[in-house]
Design a binder for this molecule. Structure first.
Ligand SMILES: Cc1cc2nc3c(=O)[nH]c(=O)nc-3n(C[C@H](O)[C@H](O)[C@H](O)COP(=O)(O)O)c2cc1C
Length: 229
């Protein structure tokens, strides 16, 4: 019951925001349309071990903002929760479920990533780190992720709970892949999207944080479209 109420209030907030930004989105679409017919895929990756919780919700908001930038953009949310993403072991390599993700991530149609992590002790989750380490395969494969765009979302249980530290540690790893790292776009325009879980697994009341999430989604999409033109 409590979960339903939380979900309803979250969807209401997101729905209102979506309606408001749809008007602004029309102008952006006209400006940013890439070569006709070419689909630009933006993948959201939620690196929380808890499926469908606050990190996944924040990444979904970013994807919705990204999709408004151009009708040529298609988005997909991938949740790592429940997948077996093993700790990277160079001695006994084991990809687990990462093997199935690998071709999806390197697909030429994928132009951008929105990576979401919960804040765990002022850093990224261990699931996020395991995922990033498994991405070594792309670096070794002629930097297969080179020039795709990436932005980072971090959700913490405390305001100033280490969101920016978590974001920066993910960004540093992404730069090792020659990904093009962007922050949240204007008017917030800092390192990335910083979100507060209110303690009830609800982010709908964090209007500031949700704005950084929408600005991040839009910024990733704008740069991806520009590169695709
Ligand atoms: C092991 C652990 C460590 C955490 N450390 C922090 C922290 O340092 N700062 C913070 O703001 N929140 C911290 N949290 C709270 C989570 O970041 C927060 O609940 C987040 O919304 C969880 O994401 P999820 O809902 O997608 O699972 C921690 C949670 C766990 C389980």
């Amino acid at each position: 019951m409590a979960d339903n109420v939380t979900r309803r209030s979250f969807l209401r907030t997101v729905g209102t925001a979506a309606a408001a930004s749809a008007i602004a989105g029309t102008a952006a679409q006209a400006q940013e349309s890439p070569a006709a017919g070419r689909k630009i895929r933006i993948l959201g990756l939620s690196c929380s071990p808890r499926k469908g919780k606050t990190t996944a919700a924040a990444v979904q908001v970013a994807l919705e903002a990204a999709a408004k930038v151009s009708p040529d953009i298609e988005t997909e949310l991938i949740e790592l929760a429940g997948l077996n993403i093993p700790v990277f072991d160079p001695v006994n390599p084991n990809k687990g479920d990462f093997a199935a993700l690998e071709p999806k991530l390197a697909d030429a149609a994928v132009a951008g990533f929105i990576i979401g992590t919960p804040v765990y002790f002022s850093g990224m989750s261990s699931l996020c780190k395991a995922f990033i380490d498994q991405c070594m395969v792309f670096r070794k494969n002629d930097f297969a992720l080179k020039d795709k765009v990436a932005g980072v979302v971090a959700v913490g249980g405390v305001r100033n709970g280490g969101q920016e530290l978590a974001i920066e540690s993910v960004q540093a790893a992404l730069m090792c892949q020659e990904l093009i790292v962007v922050g949240d776009g204007s008017p917030t325009a800092h390192t990335g999207a910083t979100v507060l879980n209110d303690g009830k697994d609800d982010i709908s009341g964090d209007e500031f944080g949700l704005n950084t999430v929408r600005n991040l989604g839009r910024r990733v999409a704008e740069v991806a479209v520009r590169l695709a033109r």
